[in-house]
Design a protein around this ligand. Structure first.
Ligand SMILES: [Fe+2]
Length: 203
């Protein structure tokens, strides 16, 4: 099997797995579909090596929400552990484990030790997955990252076991990562301004 065919199959398998595991959650499935689309466009604009790895990770980054995968209750780790058990490439496993600065929350879910054993994927993959997670919006239709964070603040307000300053620090880290990717894309190409340019927002 050629390397390019192997990578193509990686994305196909990731898409199939996401559809299988998230079939009961159409909104989340639409979200990961949007994230995969954005990850592919970002990876192309930034000419990253093995863009299919990023697209596959974007498809899979939220599979840990699937009830059948629940082990620790921390979805980045539950998803990553499942993928590791099934023999998925380490690069995909690590991107799923660390998506959107998950490690910041790990101590409050009792999984800090497990997460500390997982390296970060090399390169800017973590940033691109975080960018894609934010830009996809909850329904995959696209969002301003700041609006997405506001939505997360509302939806996660009941998770009071995570101190508010820790939650806010993570949100800032996510926005900074997304801004890095946005700046890199804008620096690399002006070919996709409608997707990548930040819309103006009143403060
Ligand atoms: Fe997500």
């Amino acid at each position: 099997m050629t390397a390019s065919l192997s990578m193509h199959l990686l994305v196909r398998d990731a898409q199939t797995l996401a559809h299988t595991l998230l079939s009961g959650d159409p909104r989340r499935l639409a979200h990961v579909r949007g994230a995969a689309l954005i990850a592919g466009m970002a990876a192309g604009a930034l000419r990253v090596d093995q863009p299919e790895t990023l697209v596959a990770a974007a498809w899979l980054h939220d599979i840990g929400y699937a009830p059948s995968l629940r082990r620790t209750g921390f979805h980045p780790l539950d998803g990553a552990m499942f993928l590791a058990r099934k023999g998925w490439p380490d690069s995909v496993v690590l991107l799923v484990a660390h998506h959107s600065h998950a490690a910041v929350l790990a101590p409050y879910y009792g999984v800090h030790h497990h997460m500390s054993l997982l390296d970060h994927a090399p390169g800017n993959g973590d940033d691109i997955i975080t960018f894609s997670d934010l830009r996809a919006g909850t329904n995959g239709m696209g969002a301003d990252p700041r609006d997405r964070i506001d939505d997360m603040r509302r939806r996660h307000a009941d998770r009071t076991f995570v101190p508010s300053d820790i939650r806010e620090a993570r949100y800032r880290m996510m926005l900074t990562a997304a801004a890095r990717v946005n700046a890199a894309i804008n620096g690399a190409t002006r070919a996709q301004p409608t997707l990548m340019r930040q819309p103006p927002r009143a403060s």
